[in-house]
Design a protein around this ligand. Structure first.
Ligand code: GLN
Length: 197
């Protein structure tokens, strides 16, 4: 029973993307949420979610709002961060063919928009053994593919197109959008990781 555990405060980066859907999923999993747009707000959170959107735009806004450096520093200090879609691109150490600004820290190579125009968005059932036997519905929207994972990276779910959910210490990355289904198991797994990194 976690009823006596301190309620976690999770920030959701509020630059772009499904901010409210992430808040709903995190709250369903038991956290309190705050929207993070300024460096000061980063100091109040136990963990942070980076929603999807356009990674180049989000990266540019992070620099413009003075959040990039504080975020890199917090990531190095071990702040748990969960990046979804564009969010996992921002966490990737290597973005194939792109010098775009990123936070980094996750030892993977990602390829942006790697499913091609014909399949801009699609859904498929995912198997995530650590989340139980029931399949998870994965919503992929102009999704990246993870082409390489470093030794320290644990693959929590993969398809024939490669890893789709990965973890490296306090960093969690999904190439899909778990906030767009009512199933909050991935957000709950992130909260567990925040409690026990
Ligand atoms: N295609 C976007 C990018 O490259 C990611 C899409 C998403 O977050 N749904 O940044």
């Amino acid at each position: 029973m976690l009823t006596h555990a301190k309620q976690l405060v999770i920030g959701v980066l509020g630059m772009q993307g499904d901010v409210h859907a992430h808040q709903r999923a995190l709250e369903a999993a038991g956290a309190r949420t705050v929207i993070v747009r300024e460096p000061d707000e980063l100091t109040q959170v136990d963990g942070l979610v980076l929603p999807g959107g356009e990674s180049t735009t989000i990266g540019m806004l992070l620099e413009r709002f003075g959040l990039m450096e504080p975020l890199r520093r917090r990531a190095v200090e071990g702040l748990p961060i969960f990046g979804t879609c564009a969010g996992v691109i921002l966490l990737a150490d290597d973005i194939a063919g792109s010098p775009q600004p990123r936070i980094g820290g996750l030892d993977v190579t990602v390829v942006r928009n790697a499913y091609g125009r014909q399949v801009d968005s699609f859904e498929r059932e995912l198997t995530v053994p650590s989340l139980g036997a029931a399949p998870l519905r994965g919503v992929f929207i102009r999704a990246p593919r993870i082409h390489r994972v470093g030794r320290a990276v644990e693959v929590l779910s993969e398809t024939d197109a490669g890893p789709v959910l990965v973890r490296q210490g306090p960093l969690l990355g999904a190439t899909f959008h778990p906030e767009l289904t009512p199933d909050s198991r991935v957000h709950a797994a992130f909260l567990a990781l925040v409690r026990d990194p």
